[in-house]
Write a protein that binds this ligand. Structure first.
Ligand code: ZN
Length: 484
């Protein structure tokens, strides 16, 4: 993991991961350190493939804690180590067991299920039609109703390949290979493994177990038939569950009412009246007040039922950010020519649309041609009005925010709302799906039209910043949207 000054910053989540500064920029991509290894390491998956293969052990681990499981695992390892045909007993995976000579296989399964609690817990294996060597297992386990919750708990504990439960099961798999004489490791390492989990440095023994267990000694060539079938059957035989997540149920917090916004708009109109001195074009006054009215209208709309907690709320937040950066930049420069340029850009856009819908195509239903014609022609006769095809300032929003000193707001709101504007995967995933809480479904997603976190308070913050800017340009306007 590369060290950089930013990597020492404490993250809010507490997760130990590569910060943005630890990525390498290549063209338009930020590459994480492990991307350099792409193509050099074939990741095999504990969760997807090896865990289902150790399902019986995963279930034993969930019966009654670590002490019980490890003592039972040791009993089975001793059985292997003391057996005259130990070499044939090296593979404790379901597929591996199914390939053992029938008589020896029956002996091994009888050993595994010897403890009544284990035989009882393994009843759950009965729900899987494709279990390898199913007949041998079935003769050793009772015929009661299976305990699905035990299976969920067991699999849930093992989804993360480095959990204590997963490490214990992976240890068992390795120890069987060691006891069977199929795995050769340095003596000190073998001693640490034998003493597991109580001896040695846990910080060294766990990684050595995990690293060695990944090696596909017993699964060569790779066979995922049972693993694939396990996940498919687990999905078909058990329902999706809603995760007990506060975010899902949390009602939207509304810090402000539409009445309060309506009052504020009234006060702003009075201030507009009191500060505007001419019926001639005053680009600065029109722009500053226009943006403020636009922002307050947006807040009012965001307060509509369900809007702030939906996709439109995010689009509104993005528009407020852009409006704020524009007004902040314009006031930072406070240059007569720039105010006119901003306005002429908008008029040029109106002209472009007016021309297009006048000659090239039918206007869509949301376009009012008369209004657009008016905007296009009210400042300058349109024959003199240029149409700018690029950005009005020649700078992108990021540069505008940098130059006017509001980059923090840009960084806070720009990126994720962009995804919403463009309908890219991240927001599509967030707004359309929820993670299933059933561990037997491997954290898959199901469609869910859930409420998203409310955007109103962030939007109000941006709108109040716009009012701060207005107050700086045209004092004195001290009313703000109340924040709870
Ligand atoms: Zn599900």
């Amino acid at each position: 993991m590369p060290k950089s000054k930013n990597s020492k910053k404490k993250s809010r989540s507490g997760k130990n991961r590569t910060p943005i500064s630890g990525h390498t920029r290549v063209g338009k991509q930020l590459l994480p350190p492990f991307a350099k290894m792409e193509g050099k390491v074939a990741f095999s998956s504990w969760t997807n493939e090896r865990m289902p293969e150790m399902l019986w052990a995963v279930i034993v681990r969930a019966i009654d804690g670590q002490d019980f499981a490890i003592s039972q695992f040791r009993r089975i390892i001793n059985f292997i180590g003391n057996h005259e045909r130990r070499e044939e007993l090296s593979d404790l995976t379901h597929t591996g067991i199914s390939k053992i000579d029938p008589a020896l296989r029956a002996e091994l399964i009888a050993c595994i299920t010897k403890h009544p609690a284990i035989a009882e817990a393994l009843i759950i294996l009965r729900i899987f039609n494709d279990l390898p060597a199913a007949a041998d297992w079935m003769v050793c386990i009772p015929e009661h109703a299976p305990d699905i919750e035990l299976l969920m708990t067991a699999v849930g504990q093992n989804l993360w390949h480095q959990s204590q439960e997963a490490t214990d099961c992976r240890w068992l798999r390795l120890m069987a290979q060691l006891a069977a004489g199929k795995l050769h490791v340095p003596r000190e390492m073998a001693e640490e493994w034998i003493g597991y989990p109580d001896v040695g440095d846990q910080k060294s023994v766990r990684p050595s177990i995990r690293a060695s267990e990944i090696a596909p000694t017993s699964m060569d060539p790779r066979d995922t038939a049972w693993a694939d079938s396990f996940w498919l059957e687990a999905w078909h035989n058990t329902p999706c569950l809603v995760l007990n997540n506060e975010m899902v149920a949390k009602p939207a917090v509304v810090p402000v009412t539409r009445t309060a916004i309506s009052d504020l708009i009234g006060k702003l109109e009075e201030h507009w009246q009191g500060t505007h001195s001419t019926t001639s074009v005053d680009a600065r006054h029109d722009s500053v007040f226009g943006i403020a009215f636009y922002a307050l209208r947006l807040i009012d709309e965001l307060l509509g039922i369900g809007v702030g907690t939906g996709i439109l709320g995010r689009l509104g937040l993005r528009t407020l950010l852009e409006a704020y950066v524009s007004i902040h930049y314009l006031l930072h420069k406070d240059d007569e020519a720039l105010w006119k340029k901003w306005r002429a850009y908008g008029a040029g856009q109106a002209k472009l649309n007016a021309l297009r819908f006048d000659t090239d195509m039918e206007p869509p239903k949301f376009i009012n041609i008369e209004w657009i014609e008016q905007i296009a022609g009210e400042d300058i006769w349109e024959e003199f009005l240029n149409i700018e095809l690029g950005n009005w300032s020649g700078l992108d929003l990021r540069k505008l925010s940098e130059q006017s000193g509001c980059k923090d707001q840009y960084d806070t709101h720009y990126s994720w709302t962009s995804g919403y504007v463009h309908g890219t995967w991240g927001p599509v995933r967030e707004a359309s799906f929820t993670t299933c809480g059933n561990p037997l479904h491997r954290m898959h997603r199901y469609p869910d039209q859930k409420s998203l976190p409310d955007t109103v308070s962030d939007a109000v913050d941006l709108a109040n910043r716009i009012l701060d800017d207005l107050n700086a340009a045209y004092p004195e306007f001290l009313h703000r949207i109340p924040v709870q």
